[in-house]
Design a binder for this molecule. Structure first.
Ligand SMILES: [Zn+2]
Length: 446
């Protein structure tokens, strides 16, 4: 099966989609570069993209002109860090002005996101981008060949017709899907049956959905053939969740950082020390509230540039996540810079009655003693009081650890609002995604 799939995929890549093997070769070439050489390539591509956006879209033309920038300024390779940062509300407000005119419809791939803030966004991806080669690359880092059978636990957005087309395109590679919006006993039993028919080498999906399925396997006692790798989207994953998922699937668990706006941003390599930015294809910066670039090690808001989207350019776009750039190289040979695990959303904040916002340290509450909880959630109610909701982990001291964490949380909010602990059997997920911080505090105008 393996060699037939491999051969078939190679033939398809060469004949049906010659671009795919070209993309793959180009991505492998940048993996072989020295870090400095790669950084130079990235700078060149970043300024090319900024100039392209300025010349071809009304939005960037107006944005950069209003900042006093001219076409000549954009010829300076050092200008990148001074380009204005683009926000989600810019994208919502001026959506049509981001679109590059004259691109054939078949090169545009509409994408939408539900948006964890409850405000949906729509945008266009570029079908000419080497997206397939990106996931080939990341799966290769995890020891999984592109032609291997795979399982996905995700929000199913494609039509049955599009799924059928994909099945035919990828034959004889099998892909099995579990819709993260419908994690029922029946759907998970059926998924397990398909799993054991196709023996996927990879399972990839939302942390919440993968965790839920792992819990189902543990509960039901149904056996599966272990995959080579488990991929989870880098929503904050607690060390205990990671450990539990790894135990149930008997495979290493890898983080990846993706978004609806910019697919495939960063992923862990086999060494699992931080997430390597796909820096030949994206620029990731972390900035402070004043949009100044933060030094390595300091936590800031993620600002991303997609170097491949010439349909709907995103240049220095504030994505809404927080993390830091790691210092130093990885033990692996890859030249790509690394990010620390994603800490959470910018919206993951607690608010005090005074209006003060607390955002640091929330997702790391159990980092020192991860065995104590399987999952946790910090829920702030409309009256500012806080519930620390926990699914108890193993260990006789679990309750004591949870009590201490609640006290730590109370200290974090200056002991001005009450913090109570609620032990629960499970934490409700929102379509496969679990929010670490839930807030019912009404947003006050700023
Ligand atoms: Zn590495």
């Amino acid at each position: 099966m393996g060699s037939l799939a491999r051969l078939s995929l190679a033939a398809k890549a060469a004949m049906v989609v010659p671009r795919l093997s070209r993309d793959d070769a180009s991505l492998r070439a940048s993996e072989a570069m020295a870090p400095d050489e790669l950084a130079g390539l990235q700078r060149t591509r970043a300024m090319d993209m900024a100039r392209f956006a300025f010349r071809n879209t009304r939005f960037y033309h107006d944005l950069y002109s209003a900042a006093g920038l001219t076409g000549a300024d954009l010829d300076d390779p050092e200008a990148f860090e001074s380009l204005p940062v683009v926000s989600k509300s810019d994208l919502r407000r001026a959506h049509d002005d981001f679109v590059v005119p004259g691109v054939p419809m078949e090169e545009r791939l509409p994408s939408s996101t539900g948006g964890s803030t409850g405000e949906p966004l729509t945008l266009l991806h570029d079908r000419r981008a080497p997206t397939a080669a990106m996931w080939w690359r990341v799966y290769r880092w995890w020891g999984v060949h592109a032609s291997s059978n795979k399982a996905f636990i995700q929000r199913e957005r494609r039509s049955p017709r599009a799924r059928l087309r994909e099945r035919i395109e990828w034959w004889p590679t099998a892909q099995v899907f579990l819709d993260a919006r419908e994690l029922t006993h029946e759907s998970m039993t059926d998924f397990t049956r398909q799993w054991n028919r196709h023996h996927p080498e990879l399972v990839n999906g939302y942390v919440g959905g993968v965790y839920e399925y792992a819990a189902f396997l543990r509960r039901s006692g149904l056996p599966i053939t272990p995959p080579l790798a488990v991929g989870v989207t880098a929503a904050p994953i607690t060390p205990s969740q990671r450990q539990f998922i790894g135990e149930v699937f008997q495979a290493p668990v890898y983080d990846q950082y993706r978004s609806a706006e910019v697919p495939w941003i960063a992923a862990q390599c086999a060494a699992q020390g931080g997430l390597h930015v796909l820096s030949d294809l994206r620029v990731v910066e972390t900035v402070d509230d004043g949009d100044r670039v933060m030094p390595p090690g300091a936590v800031g808001d993620v600002v991303v540039t997609d170097l491949c989207n010439r349909v709907f350019p995103l240049v220095r776009y504030r994505l809404g996540d927080r993390t830091s750039v790691l210092e130093g190289g990885c033990t692996c040979a890859l030249p790509f810079p690394r990010l620390a695990p994603i800490q959470g959303r910018i919206s993951d904040v607690l608010r005090l009655p005074s209006g003060q916002r607390i955002s640091g340290g929330l997702t790391g509450l159990f980092n020192a003693q991860p065995h104590a909880v399987r999952q946790f959630q910090i829920h702030q109610h409309a009256d500012h009081s806080i519930t620390l909701r926990c699914v108890r982990g193993s260990g006789a001291d679990a309750v004591a650890v949870i009590t201490r964490a609640a006290d730590e949380l109370a200290a974090l909010v200056g002991r001005v609002v009450p913090v109570t602990v609620e032990l629960v059997e499970e934490i409700r997920h929102d379509r496969g995604k679990v929010r670490v911080v839930l807030s019912d505090v009404p947003l006050s105008p700023q």
